[in-house]
Design a protein around this ligand. Sequence first.
Ligand code: NGO
Length: 537
Amino acid sequence: MRRSRLFCSLLLVAATGLSTAGAQSAAADRGSPSARHAKPIALDQVIPAPASVKPGKDPYTIGGRTQIRVPGASGEVRRVAGYLADLLRPSTGYPLPVTGKDGRDGIVLRLGGKDTKALGAEGYRLTSTRHAVTITAARPAGLFHGVQTLRQLLPPSVEKRSKQHSPWKVAGGTISDTPRYGYRGGMIDVSRHFFTVDQLKRYIDQLALYKYNKLHLHLTDDQGWRLQINSWPRLASYGGSTQVGGGPGGYYTKAQYREILRYAASRYMEVIPEIDTPGHTQAALASYAKLNCNNIAPPIYTGVEVGFSSLCVPKKVTYEFLDDVFREVAALTPGPYLHIGGDEAHSTSHADYVTFMNKVQPLVTKYKKKVIGWHQLTAVTPAKGAAVQYWGYDKTPAKEREQVAAAARKGAGLILSPADRSYLDMKYTKDTKLGKAWAGYVEVQRSYDWDPATYLKGAPQKSIMGVEAPIWTETLSTNQHLDYMTFPRMPGIAELGWSPRSTHDWNTYKHRLASQAPRWEAMGFDYYRSPQVPWRK
Ligand code: NGO
């Protein structure tokens, strides 16, 4: 009997892939003497690395009588407090009531007040003493990011959804933290494979853990149109009806899209919708014959080639179509940006591309949105206030890089997502089963070890808006696939976007990264066990 139970739990360990590190933290969770005396996690062990850390003396311990205080707070601060309580209650087993009453003890979320101005729109200060952990910020987004830091200062088992027996200590001291860049994006391609609203929420939560603040949705491509458009209903109903490999695909109704936006906003993340044009448009061309120059609708596409489709540049209906789509997308989307793609228009001539983009950019600005385009957009003059997203790699010709840098010198904003660094769909090594390798293999160190400030020669500092980590999904169709390619690279891109350059150091980062693994395990996220990272055995 005993034996079979042992066998069962061994099987369970094998099935859940619980590593020795996980097993150790499980032992710690049982409150072994070593765990009770375990040192709390040092304040500088967080990812992304905080801007400034001053260690203090005694740690704060969350206990059965701890309250979460939001003195005199607005609804929004209460919501952040509620989010924190929902995170902490299951694993601590404590009631952690949220109260509006002021006090010097407990977990305190405080908005505004003197010397918070310097914390800006997203910064926060976290002070931990024997009596309280206080997170202060000028804006609710700062409190939210401070909560993510607090999470990482607690033992990994805090992420489990059942009661654990850790000592819930937060090291004493003060963190003052503001981001290096205002744009820290994650992108997910929902066209090649469709991902449900719940899958997107899961991805949003993973990004939020590392203080990302933009979610770029690649909503349309050759293999699927994923958003309901009332004036052109077949885009979604037919154009969204399949995906790579011929599976059933899917699309978001407007209500579902709003739900994604609402969820992202609750994580202080702005959604940037992308309607890719003039290439990557087979799903649209297949849905409406009149969008084709020859008036014949091609079949819907379920393969993985790129660069074969193009909207019909000379036809008037092309612009009526995009006007309708942009109007509806702009009306649904509160954020300032609309991404119009513009990459790999290999079956559009250069002259046509120029004509097209010069006609299409004003359709975006007409609906009071700013344009984002992949960096090929610099073949024309980007609209006022536009941003270009650089996705080149080490083999991108100098001329092409210079064209992008020149646009940046003339005022275009720059989002950096170099494919051989920040593309989460690139294989780690030749042995990686998932992903692509057109930009080379991207191991964890390569992904982390670059500087957005100097990456594109000739681009002025003030043009650099930040970084983005795209995950393209030609080969990825499940949460496990996404997890495996996302972790451990996504936290590194977050750090490039958030942390001051002075904190950048692979040799210390790799240890901080290793300490994240028990958290991922506690949350049930798979990850690539890179040999470059000293995972705890
Ligand atoms: C390229 C291409 C996408 C592919 C991706 C795969 C851009 C901007 N266009 O990136 O269509 O899915 O590579 O890595």
